[in-house]
Design a protein around this ligand. Structure first.
Ligand SMILES: [Zn+2]
Length: 269
């Protein structure tokens, strides 16, 4: 059976609470042989590390998500350096920029609030890029409605830090911009949705070596589980769709995506 990795899941979320051993076992039974649990703040990153210590095939990424930026300390670097030292921490993130729901779009929010929110996101992102460069890890990038600013902020790090633009839902042109900057993309279950033809066009166009697969569990379950809680085992359904779109075998897709992941996540073994 061809094996795949879930390069982005949130195993520390309460959705999985007492079921983790079962979830990891089901993933293995479906051929998902590695899972990377992604931190969204320090507490979540610490839980991801704990889970990676419990399960040999689970690894962790440590970071601070942009939508939580206002709660971040002024300097995330000292604690992040400590966390990144753990042998099973394979990346920094998720980090990046998210302009999707700005304070001014909610009641009572002002343009000044927007500016403050964006400034803090950029600051926390910058610090994480710096730590990534320092410790020699790559970054798991979250961007929403902020594509140009995200690429621009990463530019000074090109050659030192690569990013995976996770949950990639943009067109082939933007995919090429990501690749030109030395970064890569990864696809979630959204690619199986009926209305996602442009993402399938992107998947068809992206060369091997430059993309990975993920669930973003507990979110974004692929068809036929759409709307239900997502879990890492569902990478299987995502892989089947991507293989079909690219006109390659599952074995070829396995070799390409797992090889890309081992190359990108330096400490993944
Ligand atoms: Zn995520």
């Amino acid at each position: 059976m061809p094996t795949f990795y879930d390069t982005h899941a949130h195993l520390d979320y309460p959705d999985f609470a007492n079921e983790l051993p079962l979830i990891v076992e089901r993933a293995q039974a479906a051929g998902i042989s590695r899972i990377i649990s992604i931190g969204t703040d320090f507490a979540s990153s610490e839980r991801a590390i704990q889970i990676s210590e419990q399960f040999p095939n689970v690894f962790a990424a440590v970071g601070w998500h942009p939508t939580n930026a206002m709660e971040a300390p002024d300097d995330v670097r000292p604690r992040l350096r400590e966390l990144a030292n753990h042998p099973k921490v394979v990346a920094i993130g998720e980090t990046g920029l998210d302009y999707y729901r700005l304070p001014s779009q909610q009641s009572g929010g002002t343009p000044e609030d927007d500016a403050r929110y964006k400034r803090k996101q950029a600051q926390v992102f910058q610090q994480q890029l710096e730590v990534a460069a320092e410790v020699g890890l790559n970054c798991v990038i979250h961007q929403r409605s902020s594509f140009d600013d995200t690429l621009a902020q990463m530019k000074p790090f090109v050659g030192r830090v690569r990013g995976v633009f996770h949950c990639f839902v943009d067109d082939p042109e933007r995919m090429r911009q990501v690749l030109a900057a030395g970064s890569i993309v990864s696809f979630t279950g959204i690619i199986t949705f009926k209305n996602a033809q442009s993402i399938r066009d992107t998947a068809a166009a992206v060369p091997a070596g430059h993309f990975m697969l993920e669930t973003d569990a507990p979110y974004l379950a692929p068809v036929p589980y759409r709307g239900k809680r997502c879990e890492p085992g569902y990478v299987k359904e995502i892989a089947e769709l991507v293989a079909q779109v690219k006109g390659c075998s599952l074995e070829e897709l396995s070799t390409a995506t797992c090889g890309t992941a081992r190359n990108f996540f330096r400490k993944l073994s």
